[in-house]
Design a binder for this molecule. Structure first.
Ligand SMILES: [Ca+2]
Ligand SMILES: [Ca+2]
Ligand SMILES: [Ca+2]
Length: 139
């Protein structure tokens, strides 16, 4: 089921933005999940994630999580939601995440994670970024 795989990985990538690294999840599992999300998001298989691929992946993740289809994500639609992370993404504080709020954060992540500044994310950049988030979340 390719579509389910895409939605699952996109959901993982979605978490990758704003939110919840699950507490108690082993670092190794977290790394595997990141690598899997990367492979699915890399649609053309060139080994890097471009801004267009990131936007596509975000859109798929957003649609997959928006179970009532109202184009807003509310806490109940996000698993393992973390109030602090949710609040950072919810910039207008209306208690739900709109597409523009989500994509803005994603593009910021791309900027932050792109350590060599070439405008695309390599797997190494993504894994390093996720690992640094994981360490922060665990401390
Ligand atoms: Ca690519
Ligand atoms: Ca909002
Ligand atoms: Ca890069």
């Amino acid at each position: 089921m390719q579509l389910n795989k895409v939605l699952l990985a996109s959901a993982l990538a979605m978490l990758w933005i704003g939110a919840p690294v699950q507490s108690g999840q082993a670092a190794e599992d977290q790394k595997k999940a990141s690598a899997f999300a990367f492979d699915v998001a890399d649609l053309d298989g060139d080994g890097v994630i471009s801004e267009a691929e990131l936007a596509y992946d975000t859109a798929a993740g957003f649609a997959g999580l928006d179970t009532d289809g109202n184009e807003q994500l509310v806490p109940g639609e996000l698993q393992a939601h973390d109030a602090a992370a949710f609040g950072r993404v919810d910039t207008n504080n209306d208690g739900s995440l709109s597409w523009s709020e989500v994509i803005k954060v994603k593009l910021k992540v791309l900027e932050d994670a792109d350590t060599n500044g070439d405008g695309v994310l390599s797997k190494e950049e993504v894994l390093n970024y996720d690992a640094s988030r994981y360490r922060r979340a665990g401390s």
